[in-house]
Design a protein around this ligand. Structure first.
Ligand SMILES: [Zn+2]
Length: 348
C-alpha cells in the first residue's frame, strides 16, 4: 500500500479541492481562491490553495493544512481513513487519470525551458566545465569525486559534467523568469553540475551539492544532496544516447545512469527519470515502446524500492532489478562488477 508521501506525490491538492468545491472564485499566480467551507461567510473568499506548496489556508478562520488535512476536515475522517481513501483513489484505474499525475505533468506539457533560461544555463555550464578541468578545486574535489565513483574522463567529457567551486545567487530575470519575485534568487550550489540535454535542448541542470570542504554533503545537514536551479523541466535523461538496443536499464539517478552507460552500453541503453519518486510521463512512453525489457535498477533502500515497484506496475516489460549493494555506484566502488551484473540480468 502507498504511504503518505507516495500519495502526496501522486495526488494534487488543487485537483481534489476543485473536485470538492468546483472552480475557484479566482486564480492568482499559483493560488486558487475560494469561499472557505470551514467557516460561515459569503462575502470574502478567504481560502487560498497554493498549487506550488500543495497546502491550503483560510486567512479568516486560520484553518490550514495539506491534502490529508483537507480530506480529514471535509469528510470528518481520521488520518487512517483519509489515507485509505487516497490509496483507493489512486488504485482505481478509471478514476486515476484526471487526479493522478497532474502535478507532475504540469511542468512537462509546456515543453523545454525558455531560450533565455537555456542560454544562462549553458553559460553557467561552460564555466563549470572549465572549473572542472582547468582549476584546482575542480580537479581536486570535482574530478576526484567522479573518479571515486568509477567514472572515466571520457564519460565525464561525453556527458559534459562540470564543477561549481562556490555558491552563486543569480537574479531570476537573468534566466528569463520575469514573473518570479526577483528577491528569490536562483541558487547554484557548490558541487558537481550535471546537464540534462536532449536533442540540442537543455532541459535541466542538476547539482550534487558539496560542503565547504569540497566533499559531497550527506543530505542530513539542513540542505539536500541535490539541487536544481528553478525553471528547469523534467525529461528522460539519457535519451540522446539511445542506440536501439533491445533492453533499457533505468537507473535511479543521473550519476548512476552515467556509470551504467560507461560499463554496459554495448548491451543496453541507459536512462533515468532523475529520482526514485519521479513518474514516467506519457510523453516519454513513445521513446520506450521499442524496448523488449526495461530493467529498473533503483537503489536498494526503501524509497528506491518503492519507486521501482510503483513503476513496475505499469507494464510487464518493467522488471525490478535492485543492485546487490546500495546503488549502482556503491556496488561498483565496493568491488562489484557492474558489467558482469548487467550481463547476468540479460541472460535471465
Ligand atoms: Zn475559514
Amino acid at each position: 500500500m502507498l504511504a503518505k508521501d507516495d500519495i502526496k506525490a501522486q495526488v494534487s491538492l488543487g485537483e481534489i479541492v476543485q473536485h470538492d468545491l468546483g472552480p475557484p472564485v479566482r486564480r492568482s499566480g499559483h493560488w486558487l481562491i475560494y469561499f472557505c467551507p470551514f467557516h460561515a461567510n459569503t462575502r470574502t473568499p478567504a481560502l487560498g490553495v497554493n498549487l506550488e506548496t500543495e497546502t491550503f489556508k483560510c486567512f479568516s478562520c486560520q484553518v490550514q493544512g495539506d491534502l490529508f488535512t483537507w480530506r480529514m476536515r471535509r469528510a470528518g475522517e481520521s488520518f487512517p481513513d483519509a489515507l485509505r481513501y487516497f490509496q483507493e483513489l489512486v488504485a482505481k484505474p478509471g478514476y486515476s487519470p484526471p487526479i493522478v499525475r497532474e502535478k507532475h505533468s504540469k511542468n512537462l506539457m509546456d515543453g523545454p525551458p525558455s531560450r533565455k533560461w537555456q542560454q544562462r544555463g549553458r553559460a553557467f555550464l561552460q564555466y563549470a566545465q572549465q572549473q572542472l578541468w582547468q582549476h584546482e578545486s575542480g580537479l581536486q574535489y570535482g574530478l576526484d569525486e567522479l573518479f571515486r565513483r568509477g567514472l572515466q574522463a571520457s564519460t565525464v567529457l561525453t556527458w559534459g559534467l562540470g564543477y561549481n567551486p562556490a555558491w552563486i545567487s543569480d537574479y531570476p530575470a537573468h534566466w528569463g523568469l520575469h514573473h518570479q519575485r526577483q528577491d528569490q534568487k536562483i541558487k547554484l550550489a557548490r558541487g558537481l553540475v550535471i546537464p540534462c540535454q536532449n536533442a540540442g535542448t537543455l532541459w535541466y541542470l542538476k547539482m550534487r551539492v558539496f560542503d565547504h570542504q569540497g566533499k559531497p554533503v550527506a543530505g542530513k545537514d539542513g540542505y539536500g544532496k541535490y539541487l536544481q536551479p528553478t525553471g528547469g523541466k523534467s525529461t528522460l535523461f539519457g535519451g540522446d544516447h539511445f542506440s536501439g538496443k533491445p533492453v533499457l536499464l533505468l537507473a535511479e539517478s543521473e550519476l548512476d545512469a552515467l556509470l551504467a552507460w560507461q560499463e554496459a552500453r554495448a548491451w543496453v541503453d541507459v536512462a533515468t527519470l532523475g529520482g526514485a519518486g519521479k513518474h514516467l510521463h506519457p510523453a516519454w512512453i513513445s521513446q520506450l515502446l521499442s524496448y523488449r525489457r526495461i530493467l529498473v535498477a533503483y537503489d536498494l533502500d526503501d524509497p528506491g524500492q518503492r519507486g521501482a515497484h510503483r513503476l513496475a506496475q505499469l507494464s510487464a516489460r518493467l522488471e525490478v532489478c535492485p543492485p546487490p549493494e546500495g546503488d549502482l555506484c556503491d556496488f561498483q566502488s565496493q568491488g562489484g562488477n557492474l558489467r558482469c551484473w548487467i550481463k547476468g540480468l540479460l541472460q535471465q
